[in-house]
Design a protein around this ligand. Sequence first.
Ligand SMILES: Nc1nc2c(ncn2[C@@H]2O[C@H](COP(=O)(O)OP(=O)(O)OP(=O)(O)O)[C@@H](O)[C@H]2O)c(=O)[nH]1
Length: 321
Amino acid sequence: MPAPSTDAIPPATAAAPTTVEFPVGWSVESRLRLADSLFNNSSVGICVTDTAEHIVDVNPALCQLTGFGRQALLGKTPRVFSSQLHDKAFFGHIKQALATNGQWQGEVWNRHRNGELYAIRLDIAAVYDQQQTITHYVGIMVDITQRKLQMQALEKSAHFDTLTGLPNRLLFSDRLHQALAQADRTGTMLAICYLDLDSFKEINDLHGHPAGDTVLREVASRMAAAIRTGDTVARLGGDEFIVLLWGLEQQMECHHMLDRLLQAVRRPIPLAQGSVLPALSIGVALYPVDAAAPDVLLALADAAMYRSKTAGGNRITYHEE
Ligand SMILES: Nc1nc2c(ncn2[C@@H]2O[C@H](COP(=O)(O)OP(=O)(O)OP(=O)(O)O)[C@@H](O)[C@H]2O)c(=O)[nH]1
């Protein structure tokens, strides 16, 4: 589900009510006909409310966008479009801007009558009478759902590995910095664990690359299920993963968790031709015991992982002075 956007566009300076100058010779009737045509043929949704927020008119594009018929909307308030994804403060800001500037622009997630979410760019402007009193509000809605979804997908691909769905190196690095700060605040230990699948090349060579992908996905999902909520497992690339275990009081806690993870991964994975029994080599460095700098911790964990490999794999090795 898309996250609610709170990207209100910065408020414009207080707008003086504008009057449109028509070329000389335009009758009131031709102006009305033009306005009527714009309203009915516009591809953007238009919603007119009175000052008590009751809907007094909507155009066909708005009905199309929201899924509601015109008759069903008249007399209702725009709350019928609400997705419940924005909080009270969000709508408070809109009210405030309308009271101060007579206009508001921003992005809003609404819910279609069929239950689906859609994103709009919403422009609301007050309509004034000749005494400069507000008589109505006009809301113009432009559907920006596709653009928002594309942006979310881009953001996701920047932080998550596409094959396994795990956090990638970039997001891991972010989490590592957060975890180090949290360890300092709470006086607890942090385990940085480097993991590499044993003989993964053989799986690729024997069963083919797509089967290798299946193994990577399955191992990733087993690891994600084996760690505690709040801990992180990320894929660095190839068959290399990293696990961050937060809030440790002693090394033994880390050992129990990694042992559980090792066992969780070491179960057969059925493939088209037979099955494989995956195994991991794990290397661990502890913060602040082994080092303070993130890159040193990673290098120590990597070196410990290689000692696991050379000792035959499927084991956990800790950095030792
Ligand atoms: N299927 C698949 N294979 C990948 C992917 N990325 C890298 N690889 C392969 O993963 C293999 C990694 O091999 P290594 O880690 O060097 O070798 P290994 O057989 O695991 O050997 P040890 O690590 O010493 O146990 C290489 O054959 C890469 O081509 C991927 O996304 N999918």
